[in-house]
Design a protein around this ligand. Structure first.
Ligand code: CP
Length: 331
């Protein structure tokens, strides 16, 4: 596998390999890894056509911890605003000896275009494209869930998958590349996924995704859940006709204080609350939920560095085991 473009084409073995490598890169015993020489002399370009805090900074931190040289490119303030194309921008950066290009783009499919066009030789990592995919976010989410699942079952997480884990992903699924990438990866890893959303915030064709669909967050919680992932309401991509009022949304689909209390009342003491960030506090998640001991929001950010180290290392060292395949099922 030369590029990391989505999770739909990521094989079970490669997904486990990335998670295991991330675990090795997160710490030696109790000691956090600060720097290793694995990619010394290699250059990683962060090519961001859309805003980002977590993904951009953690790819930069990951590349630096691997001792790579890093070039950060943001479309704002660049010659993109003068009309320069993706092809010319990418080739300009490759002329500066890029070995890997990490790309975030507002257009779904832009990373695949870059990877398959023959414009550049570098490995391409999708850091989020339109509403399509955000594979490293799904991998860091799976890494976070795997650590939790292993703790619950008292087993080692290395080599383990998420077979039997019950995951609810709730909110603005329509605009969420995070939801899409999580559904495919979690299916590959054997988890059971339920999507919960208002009917107007589900994409056409969602009935063909490998998950259940519900419109009722309380019913999904009452059915039993090991991890609940709240999605950001993407106001910047929203057509007003898709969206109930803010108040109605928070009441019916937000993880509010009442639902936090409900988890306690249901004796679901081990359920974790996840969010990819950035959060709209008071809309899809209350502050009490986001800051509660159940919340893994900051652990997800921390795990993002190790997962991105693993992805960069495996792609640039050529150690990724298998080619990408059109569809993957757990063995
Ligand atoms: N989760 C995520 O992609 O966050 P950023 O937009 O801050 O990178």
């Amino acid at each position: 596998m030369r590029h990391l473009l989505d999770t739909e084409s990521l094989s079970y073995n490669n997904a486990i390999q990335i998670l295991d490598t991330a675990q090795e890169m997160s710490a030696v015993g109790e000691r956090e890894i600060k720097k290793i020489p694995a990619l010394r002399g290699r250059t990683v370009v962060n090519l961001f056509f859309e805003d980002s805090t977590r993904t951009r900074i953690s790819f930069e931190a990951a590349a630096k911890r691997l001792s790579a040289d890093v070039i950060n490119f943001s479309a704002k303030g660049s010659s993109v605003s003068k009309g320069e194309s993706l092809k010319d921008t990418a080739q300009t950066l490759e002329a500066m000896s890029a070995d890997a290009v990490v790309i975030r783009h507002w257009a779904s499919g832009a990373p695949a275009r870059l990877a398959n066009s023959g414009w550049i030789d570098a490995a391409v990592i999708n850091a989020g494209d339109g509403t399509h995919a955000h594979p490293t976010q799904a991998l860091l989410d799976a890494f976070t869930m795997r650590a939790h699942w292993a703790k619950l079952s008292g087993t080692a997480s290395v080599g383990a998958d998420l077979k039997g884990m019950r995951v609810v992903i709730a909110g603005d699924v329509l605009h969420s590349r995070v939801a899409r990438s999580n559904v495919w990866l979690l299916r590959t890893l054997g988890a059971h996924v339920t999507l919960v959303a208002p009917p107007t915030l589900l994409p056409i064709g969602v009935e063909h995704w490998p998950c259940e669909i519900s419109y009722d967050l309380d019913a999904a919680l009452e059915a039993g859940v090991d991890a609940i992932m709240m999605l950001r309401v993407q106001a910047e991509r929203m057509n007003a006709s898709f969206f109930p009022s803010t108040r109605e949304y928070a009441r019916r689909w937000g993880f509010d204080d009442a639902r936090l209390a409900k988890l306690d009342a249901l004796a679901q003491k081990d359920t974790i609350i996840m969010h990819p960030g950035p959060m709209n506090r008071g809309l899809e998640i209350s502050s009490a939920a986001a800051d509660s001991p159940r919340s893994t929001v900051l652990a997800q950010v921390r795990n993002g560095v190790s997962v991105r180290m693993a992805a960069l290392y495996l792609l640039l060292s050529g150690d990724m085991r298998e080619p990408a395949t059109p569809s993957n099922f757990p063995p």
